[in-house]
Design a protein around this ligand. Structure first.
Ligand SMILES: Cc1cc2nc3c(=O)[nH]c(=O)nc-3n(C[C@H](O)[C@H](O)[C@H](O)COP(=O)(O)O)c2cc1C
Length: 406
């Protein structure tokens, strides 16, 4: 970066995809150190930027809600990834994707140049949020909640799910700009995320069809009563079905919850893995960078290495957590499979009993068909879930192998 770039207000400050930067702050967000790219892009001198609060480079377009979320997350000891628009001393702005993590005595932010498709969508969200903050006096906390709502409308379950995907998309987009082949673990995570999405679709479909068919036992019961004595076997079938239906009902929430846990674990593992990767790249960049006297390169390198080591370990734990969640979900699936088999038996008996009753007296066939429809959705859904689970297990094993060997 050329520090003598001419001063032009509200112009974008260009920087290259291979320029990674970082800053380290104390617990209040006061800058303790950074690298040369961080300093030169800001157009402040080291004297001006060191020991200054990070808000020095805050851009007025940035929604306060984003910083509220950032501080809320990092003060709880968790990492966060966020798009940030910054303001340089000379009035130029520049966008970054920042990954901020708690570090001993403060926080570390590593940043890369964003360019993915999700970045464009986020700019629009930010503009709306900031507008609401300014014109409707929306509080930072409320603004953060609105950000989460906006992201939900874009299909993200939570801010965590969003930041995991945004970071990975930025890492891949950056690799592409730099002409690098996509990292193999990113490809593995993409497959995992796709399988997790399939799982969510299958489980919610099963839950939907179950809830739409909840009336079957009651209708069977009413029908049996109307048929008098000849309806007694149907009444018994209805009782058995009610019993299994209640069991399914009890299992269903756990089944759905365990599936969501798998998906969340994938997002978390992906974010931790990508974070460790970006931190590694910052180290590689920093070690060949020209440094200034104000920043002790050895000390900063130690901080970066320790942080990278810690996130590599957390990434491995994140991967093991995915494995455990898949295991728990598989147990729920096995339980559902058992109930599905019981339903099948009841349906077959129901079909036989229904055939023995004069058809002009009943529309049992119709009810038994409804039962069959749910049972086949459940069976087919569980088959699809088994396939996705198998793929996920193999992808997680590959990722664990790669990380353990790293
Ligand atoms: C490690 C770290 C990095 C940060 N990086 C930025 C940044 O690049 N730009 C920015 O405006 N705020 C950054 N912040 C947040 C600021 O501390 C501050 O909250 C924000 O500028 C909003 O200012 P305010 O809190 O006074 O409203 C960072 C905070 C931390 C802990």
């Amino acid at each position: 970066m050329n520090q003598k770039t001419s001063v032009t207000l509200d112009q974008e400050r260009p920087f290259e995809f291979d320029e990674l930067f970082f800053s380290r702050t104390d617990e209040r967000g006061v800058i303790q150190a950074g690298n040369s790219v961080f300093q030169s892009i800001s157009a402040y001198s080291w004297d001006e930027i060191l020991h200054a609060p990070h808000r020095l480079i805050r851009h007025p377009d940035m929604p306060r809600g984003v910083f509220w979320l950032m501080w809320d997350t990092i003060q709880k000891g968790n990492p966060i990834g966020a798009y940030v628009k910054n303001l340089a001393k000379d009035g130029c702005y520049y966008w970054v994707f920042a990954v901020v993590t708690p570090i001993e005595g403060g926080f570390l932010s590593v940043r890369l140049k964003p360019s993915s498709t999700v970045f464009e969508a986020v700019k629009k969200q930010y503009a709306d949020l900031r507008d609401a903050e300014v014109t409707q006096n929306v509080s930072p906390k409320e603004s953060a909640a609105r950000l989460t709502d906006h992201l939900a409308a874009l299909g993200y379950d939570s801010y965590s799910a969003f930041m995991a995907q945004a970071l990975s998309l930025e890492v891949s987009a950056r690799d592409e700009h730099l002409g690098r082949t996509k990292d193999a673990s990113q490809t593995c995570f993409e497959r995992l995320a796709k399988s997790a999405e399939d799982l969510l679709y299958c489980t919610s479909n099963i839950a939907d069809v179950f809830s739409k068919n909840k009336h079957i036992p009651l209708n069977l019961k009413i029908h049996a009563a109307q048929l008098g004595d000849i309806g007694t076997p149907i009444g018994t079938i209805s009782d058995n079905y009610t019993m299994i239906s209640n069991e399914i009902q009890q299992q269903m929430s756990e089944f759905v919850r365990n599936c969501h846990n798998v998906s969340q674990a994938v997002g978390k593992g992906w974010f931790l893995t990508s974070t460790a990767m970006v931190q590694r790249q910052v180290i590689d960049f920093f070690q060949y960078e020209e440094t200034c006297e104000a920043v002790n390169q050895d000390v900063e390198m130690q901080h970066l290495r320790a942080q990278q080591q810690s996130y590599s370990e957390q990434a491995l734990k994140g991967l093991r957590a995915i494995s455990s969640q898949i295991e728990l979900f598989s147990q729920s699936c096995a339980e559902m499979r058992r109930l599905s088999t019981s339903l099948k038996v009841i349906r077959v008996i129901g079909k036989i009993e229904s055939a023995s009753i004069d058809n002009s007296l009943n529309n049992l066939d119709h009810l038994i068909d409804d039962l069959g429809q749910f049972q086949s959705v459940l069976g087919e859904g569980l088959d699809a879930v088994d396939v996705a689970n198998k793929h996920m297990r193999s992808d997680v094993d590959i990722l664990i192998g790669r990380r353990a060997a790293a």
